[in-house]
Design a protein around this ligand. Structure first.
Ligand SMILES: [Zn+2]
Length: 397
């Protein structure tokens, strides 16, 4: 394939995909410029594997800022807004720096708080002096800050904050309804929450508009596809892996990069009037296997997901299963097993799980089609769907 062959977007689906593994193992071969052109080195987010260094040119950094500015503008921010940025600005991460530059490009007043823990007295001062109208942070940070302030007697619902831009964790479920933790942060702050998806390797963001039904892509900056296991595009509304080709990148140009994130294109057009495609919440990760599955705490016991998969794999009657780990509205880990088994095998599962973990974990008798639907329609046998994603701070440090 030569550049001349690429004369329409349909050609994309005929090009090979680029995996994270290829990028990781042969990163020098992906460089599009000489070392003198590189102005920034960050580490990729480590949610689907080992983090590795990633570089940008001056123009790439401007491009990222532009992408962030478009997303913030899409969420309805204006130059009169005051943004309190509660995202890590250091620790080699891209997000905080990109958001800061994007807000600057838009011309809003931004205050960098970062995401280290702050005393409620300090937080209270920020709220009183700066009177932020927008908070940008991971949902778990938004909840923790509000809880901390609540303990100090501050009613965050009565603050000036009108918008919450949520990074790094999904706010919605497969049916696009707000999740319980998302509803909690909206209530705590008396504000509307907007999802933002970003990827270091793509160096773009997808952001929700005022209609809040999917995160808009910025088609001048990225070509977006959702593909099945074979790399073939799936229909709008069907879940698959997000594969994207960032446009106009100098430092590390990528073709059809497999993000590992499972989502879907929201069908139809958005009521806001933008025609760009929208992606739904991240439902899981293709690379989310036993090596990356994170420990969770349930009824006071720390459990490694492998304890559950090992127990389930050992039971012959189990045809398929999925373990769903998420946070409830109080921020505690919850776990539920859906297993394709004859009802009579349920007792066997219960005792195997209790033996492996010491606690009882609820198991529902299910079937293969339901389990596939729970995986967002993905045919890969993902044993675990972890709906708690690591906040940026925790990833970096
Ligand atoms: Zn829209």
């Amino acid at each position: 394939v030569t550049p001349d062959d690429v004369d329409s977007s349909e050609v994309f689906s005929r090009l090979p995909v680029t995996s994270r593994k290829e990028l990781f193992e042969q990163s020098p071969r992906f460089l599009g410029v000489g070392p003198d052109q590189i102005v920034e080195t960050v580490m990729t987010a480590g949610t689907t594997g080992k983090p590795f260094p990633f570089v940008f040119t001056r123009s790439d950094i401007d491009r990222i800022a532009f992408s962030q500015a478009l997303s913030l503008y899409g969420a309805g921010l204006t130059v009169n807004d005051r943004v309190l940025l509660l995202v890590s600005l250091d620790r080699f991460s891209l997000d905080g720096m990109a958001l800061y530059r994007g807000a600057g490009m838009m011309g809003v007043n931004v205050m960098r708080m970062g995401c280290g823990s702050a005393q409620s007295a300090t937080l209270q001062r920020y709220l009183q002096f700066f009177r932020p109208t927008v908070l940008i942070a991971a949902p778990s940070v938004l909840r923790n800050v509000a809880t901390e302030l609540g303990r100090a007697g501050v009613d965050t619902a009565k603050s000036n904050v009108a918008k919450l831009i949520a990074t790094s964790e999904a706010l919605r479920s497969r049916d696009m309804e707000l999740s319980a933790p998302a509803k909690t942060i909206e209530t705590l702050w008396g504000a509307r929450a907007f999802s933002m998806y970003s990827s270091t390797e793509l160096a773009v963001t997808y952001g929700e508009c005022g209609a809040r039904c999917g995160a808009h892509s910025h088609p001048e900056l990225v070509y977006t596809e959702i593909v099945d296991e074979n790399g073939d595009p799936v229909a709008d509304g069907e879940a698959g892996e997000l594969v994207a080709t960032p446009l106009g990148v100098e430092g590390v140009p990528l073709l059809r990069y497999r993000t590992g994130d499972i989502t879907f294109k929201v069908p139809g057009t958005c009521s806001c009037g933008r025609n760009s495609c929208r992606i739904g919440p991240i439902l899981g990760r293709v690379g989310q296997n036993l090596h990356t599955a994170r420990q969770f705490s349930y009824r006071g016991v720390d459990i490694v997901p492998q304890q559950l998969t090992r127990a389930l794999d050992a039971i012959g009657d189990v045809r398929d299963y999925v373990i769903i780990i998420e946070k409830d509205e109080r921020g505690a880990d919850t776990v539920l097993i859906h297993a394709a088994v004859p009802p009579a095998a349920l007792e066997k599962i219960s005792s195997a799980i209790r033996e492996a973990t010491g606690v009882h974990i609820q198991t529902l008798v299910s079937n293969e089609p339901t389990i596939r639907a729970l995986r967002g329609g993905v045919t890969t046998k993902l044993p675990i769907i972890d709906k708690r994603t690591t906040p940026v701070a925790a990833t970096a440090g």
